[in-house]
Design a protein around this ligand. Structure first.
Ligand SMILES: [Zn+2]
Length: 406
């Protein structure tokens, strides 16, 4: 009972600050819920229900109704995900295949390759901590990290903003959202505070900022690695800088991979919503089928056969224009968004149904998205390396250290 009440309190509408813009993202923003988690949540909820049912007023019939409602809520709790781990690994492996021969060798050892592939799944592991539907969920982590996985283009419509005009600064964008919400509340659906414990439902997503910011961190890491290498850094300092580069490369790959999955760029992320003149599926299961269900039922997905489709990485942005990287990232997202309707069309034609003889067309389509993701990732890694400037502060510090009497 105590825990049940605590959960209700976290969702108390009195604590709710609806500065958010719109209730456009209706599905959960948590990661895919593992069977273990479902079991854990089910057990938690059943325990809560049992303790409720022990009160005199609780009849068996209403317990059954509650249990049924709980079961249904578990069924419809649709996670927002992109590729499953296997698909994300492929994107990172394809990114590695795009790198030129002279790219730093420490990134290309078998151990580093495996670590970069493993890290492709890292941001989704953070999402496994839940989004506030249970009292033990980490809502702060979910609030901070969840919206980095997507960007629903249609959410810009009621804001009357164009993707090409958005501020390159994440918090400026968040501020604009709040202002528009306050000025034009009539444009937005109300948000149900009981379903928004991590306060993310109103956010269109921050994926383009996440990608741009991580690319900046990668560029910074290459800068300080070079400073350590050139100005007497210790073997430990150099090894740590290299480890950081590998970590950032891997994590960056996750978000680039997310944005190659067209359903991460649209409000139609779990089935078509709103007017539906073409009769596209409204079934939320389309998302998990695209994430990995299709691949799983048709022999899996591997990077090797796709590597021949990868061209060598190239510089993606003009480093002299501070907004250019963000614009290029946004263009990549807009391209992904162009594939939303083709995806729904393929689904309608049965080509994303594994049992269908035409399903090779569905596979070709999905693999092309993975290749697009890997290509973009290779370009970002390569650009960050090429454009890494001098870390003048660290160089000064290291020079002073070298000059100091031993
Ligand atoms: Zn993701």
């Amino acid at each position: 009972m105590e825990t049940q009440r605590a959960y209700m309190m976290t969702n108390n509408s009195a604590d709710y600050h609806p500065w958010q813009v719109t209730n456009l993202r209706t599905a959960s923003t948590s990661g895919e819920i593992s069977l273990k988690q479902i079991r854990k949540r089910f057990l938690y909820n059943v325990t809560a229900l049992m303790s409720l049912s022990r009160t005199k007023t609780m009849k068996i019939a209403s317990f059954s109704k509650l249990a049924l409602a709980l079961f249904v809520s578990l069924i419809v709790a649709v996670p927002v995900h992109a590729w499953d781990y296997e698909g994300h690994r492929v994107v990172n492996q394809l990114g590695l295949a795009a790198l030129p021969k002279d790219f730093p060798a420490f990134v290309k050892t078998p151990e580093a390759r495996e670590r970069i592939a493993f890290l492709a799944g890292e941001p989704d592991r953070w999402r496994n901590q839940g989004d506030g539907r249970n009292p033990t969920d980490d809502v702060v982590l979910s609030h901070f990290a969840g919206p980095d996985h997507y960007f629903d283009m249609e959410d810009l419509d009621p804001l009357k903003l164009k993707p090409t005009d958005l501020p390159i600064f994440r918090f400026e964008f968040a501020g604009e959202l709040a202002k528009l919400r306050a000025a034009h509340p009539e444009r937005f659906d109300p948000i149900d505070p009981t379903k928004d414990a991590d306060r993310t439902k109103a956010l269109p997503g921050f994926a383009p900022w996440a990608i741009t910011e991580l690319t900046g961190k990668l560029r910074s890491s290459f800068s300080y690695l070079k400073a350590f290498q050139d100005y007497g850094g210790t073997p430990e300092e150099i090894a740590n800088a290299q480890a950081n580069i590998i970590y950032i490369m891997g994590v960056l790959g996750h978000y680039v991979g997310d944005c190659a999955q067209p359903l991460h760029l649209t409000r139609h992320h779990h089935g078509w919503v709103g007017p539906n003149p073409h009769g596209y599926t409204t079934n939320s299961s389309i998302h998990s089928r695209i994430d990995g269900g299709f691949f799983r039922r048709t022999g899996g997905v591997k990077a090797d056969p796709l590597i021949e489709k990868i061209r060598p990485a190239k510089i993606i942005n003009d480093p002299l224009k501070s907004d250019d990287l963000f614009r290029k990232v946004m263009a990549y997202l807009q391209e992904s968004h162009q594939f939303v309707e083709p995806l729904y069309r393929l689904d309608k034609e049965g080509k994303l149904t594994p049992e269908n003889p035409d399903s090779h067309e569905g596979r070709d389509f999905l693999e092309a998205q993975l290749v697009r993701g890997g290509q973009m990732l290779g370009d970002l890694w390569y650009s960050a390396w090429q454009q890494a400037g001098e870390d003048t502060f660290l160089i000064r510090v290291l020079k002073a250290r070298q000059a100091a009497p031993k």
